[in-house]
Design a protein around this ligand. Structure first.
Ligand code: PLP
Length: 359
């Protein structure tokens, strides 16, 4: 068996030890004579798996009891609606910061429910920067401020946390668990699982408990965080297998030394890759230096007529999913937690070889 290096933006690479455990436990989970997938979500076994996953996640991220941890479905995109439905609480306006394609989607969805004040936007720089907070224009009576700490497509990341008087709501889909964060600074953190958490089909929401109970009457029960919290994320049948795999990923992160250790590795990987890009005239990354994502590294070739060849040859070399998002073109290497330094080294070696042959 040969496993390739997978640079997919999501669903993304999973840690090999996690896949091995899942394989070994697939037919017979802990001697029970059946797969975890085949058990009732109300069984002691599955409830135990869910509780352990939540506990380990709380430890990893330092989530206090002031916050509910919810395991939901529908992806981060569903939370674009759930956020206003749960948080407006009678207000009619919310602040959003627009730093790229995912912010835009959250804004478009937010507009269905309230007046969206775009407090700042980096569209003018083609989303290659993060607007500093001193230029933000906050609304007068916003229910919350929403932003996207890491834009998966543009590869821009916030390395600072805004200071505002309203609850901060963040779409952490592509940065969660890549480095420590101070959860207490946020009202709501949400993330689709399929990057650093586990397989697709699971959505994480971490919500400060005092923000529960404000949902609009018309909020569907399935989107209502209070309902999820009251039912331990089991108001309906949760994606039990995805939850189990996420729990294994959390255990793996803990064994690797937690998020501080992950940050060291992730910074090292990203620095190497950006250095290789910056050190050549053949490759380029458009993002301002202080906002370059640790997880998603877009890059272009000076001669874009070589893009197709680059992708074909990289794939043949076992380096998969390097095509940039369809909205921006070029290449993108997503180097999440499960993408090791060996993968980054292999990519850099390929890029240098490709440049030598075609530069
Ligand atoms: C930052 C960000 N937000 C939202 C999404 C959408 O997530 P989902 O497909 O889980 O709805 C993605 C997906 O890549 C993303 O990267």
């Amino acid at each position: 068996m040969t496993r390739c290096y997978n640079f997919c933006a999501g669903p993304a690479a999973l840690p090999e030890p996690v896949l091995e455990i899942a394989r070994d436990e697939m037919l017979d989970w802990h001697g029970k004579g059946l797969s975890l997938m085949e058990m009732s979500h109300r069984s002691t076994e599955v409830v135990g798996v869910a509780e352990a996953a939540e506990q380990t996640l709380r430890e990893l991220l330092g989530v206090s009891d002031d916050y509910a941890v919810l395991f939901l479905q529908g992806g981060a995109s569903t939370q674009f609606s759930a956020v206003p439905l749960n948080l407006l609480g009678g207000k009619t306006c919310a602040d959003y910061v627009n730093t790229g394609q995912w912010s835009k989607k959250a804004i478009a969805e937010g507009r269905r429910y309230c007046e969206v004040n775009v407090a700042a936007s980096s569209e003018g720089t083609n989303f290659s920067t993060i607007p500093p907070q001193d230029v933000w224009q906050l609304g007068d009576d916003a229910a919350y401020l929403h932003y996207t700490p890491n834009e998966t497509i543009g590869g821009v990341e916030f390395f600072w946390t805004p200071e505002v008087d309203v609850p901060l709501v963040v779409d952490m889909s592509s940065t969660i668990l890549s480095r420590p964060v101070d959860v207490s600074r946020y009202g709501v953190i949400y993330a689709g699982a399929q990057k650093n958490i586990g397989p697709a089909g699971l959505t994480l929401v971490i919500v400060r408990r005092d923000l529960l109970g404000r949902a609009d009457d018309k909020c569907p029960a399935m989107l209502n965080w209070q309902v999820a919290a009251d039912n331990d994320s089991m108001y309906n049948t949760p994606p039990t297998f995805a939850l189990y795999l996420a729990g294994l990923v959390f255990d793996w992160l803990k064994q690797r030394g937690g998020l501080e250790a992950m940050e060291r590795v992730n910074r090292h990987k990203a620095e190497k890759l950006y250095a290789a890009i910056d050190g050549s005239d053949f490759y380029a990354n458009p993002v301002e230096l202080s906002s370059r994502s640790l997880m998603n590294v877009p890059f272009t070739l000076a001669d874009d007529s070589l893009d197709k060849q680059f992708l074909q040859e990289s794939e043949a070399a076992g380096l998969l999913n390097l095509k940039g998002h369809r909205s921006v073109g070029g290449m993108r290497a997503s180097i999440y937690n499960a993408v090791g330094e060996d993968a980054v080294d292999a990519l850099i070696a390929f890029m240098q070889d490709f440049e030598q042959r075609n530069g």
